[in-house]
Design a protein around this ligand. Sequence first.
Ligand SMILES: Nc1nc2c(c(=O)[nH]1)N[C@H]1C(S)=C(S)[C@@H](COP(=O)(O)O)O[C@H]1N2
Ligand SMILES: [Mo]
Length: 466
Amino acid sequence: MLAVGNTAIDLTPAPVKDFAIRIFGTADKSALLIGMALVIGALAVAGGLLSRRAPWPGVILIGAFGLLGIAAVAVRPDFAPAALLAPLAAPVTGIWAFLTLHRAVSADEAGTRPDRRRFLTTSVSLAASAGVAGAVGAFAGSGTGADESRRLAGARIPPVTPPPPGADFTGSGGVPFLTPNRNFYRIDTALSVPQLRAEDWRLRLHGMVDRELDLGYEDLLRRGLIIRTITLACVSNEVGGDLISTAEFHGVPVRDLLLEAGVRPGAQQLFTTSADGFDTGTPLDVLLEADRDAMLAVGMNGEPLPFEHGFPVRMVVPGLYGYVSATKWLVDAEVTTFDRRHYWEKRGWAKQAPVKTQSRIDRPRPRSSVPAGPVTVAGVAWAQHTGIDRVEVRVDGGPWREAELATDVGRDTWRMWRVTFHLPPGQHVVECRATDRAGRTQTGNRQPVLPDGATGWHSVVFGCAG
Ligand SMILES: Nc1nc2c(c(=O)[nH]1)N[C@H]1C(S)=C(S)[C@@H](COP(=O)(O)O)O[C@H]1N2
Ligand SMILES: [Mo]
């Protein structure tokens, strides 16, 4: 079912997909799965009605779905033979179950005495076998050794460094400075998370280079890891949205690998591809900057990358939105020209996309009620690869007031801020705007996320109770 969904995603026209993401946000995958369940349910009812005389329409329907499932799994770019077990097991048990039930029910309809006990035992054993088939399928999927591989990799990743004192204003009610891995936002087109083993992982760095590199997981670790705290942002993050998180990443500088391979003149982008078929292109001039610290990451907050975030290896590039830089489950890297168009570029998004300077209010919460008197407004701000110089806040359209900034951790991370106002009872609106270290103040012009990231000031309406 997941493979059918993935193939459906690949075959979905871009406008429909964008619409789905718009409407359902990150719940779009659940929406797709629920939609599929409804369609399958409707077909099943139709098949059941058609099968009132003879069982063949139902058998053909189940068989057809089985074939669809097998085909969908087989054409996935992350295809592994074990993945065929579930779609093979499902129609076989399904047809057997259907025939058994059909026989039981037909016997009833033919006027024989309804044998409740037999019907019950049959149903129970059918439910049990469906469960077994499902478990076999799930086990076949997880029995690839990926969990064990990730567990072993754990010993190789240095523990997380706590952020410096004063970097966190969590006490004022916002998010923590470092986002725990389980809370880190997740965006990708994969319905089922690829389960790769570090031991099997290989990366070919090829294309317009003097010497191709062929790297394994151990080759990366042998090079020694750099450690950087980086805020990762999604281009689909709305003003005030939460598709942004911060982690300490451990990895190998992409620049070192590119220098070792020798980039040929005329090359423009590094085109990276994931095990699940996603791809993107990242400008080489950014990756080659000596202080950019773009990396092939293996560690995140002191752990191997979680599967959802790209285990065993992903790319992370400070200052660029994830869709043009942060390929998870990375398996191929080609040095090439800008002619090759990437996944989201083909779907109308910008080819290149630096993260836009933004600020967000985390407290007070929208439409919440707080006691009148001193009210602390707190949030985060980011000006990727430049750094935050100033955050200003105003209430009810009054004068802008400068907020207190938390300790600066680096120009590639968000920075926390807070400021206290004395407010009378009633409804209030608070707004914020950030200025980067180059003196550029965040624009108040509202722009949508398409094609290269939203702009505008975040505002929050809340009430003060007297
Ligand atoms: N393989 C793969 N990598 C991907 C994507 C994807 O769809 N597939 N999405 C990208 C996008 S749009 C973003 S914003 C980041 C999100 O990374 P995260 O899920 O670890 O937060 O991953 C990027 N890498
Ligand atoms: Mo994204």
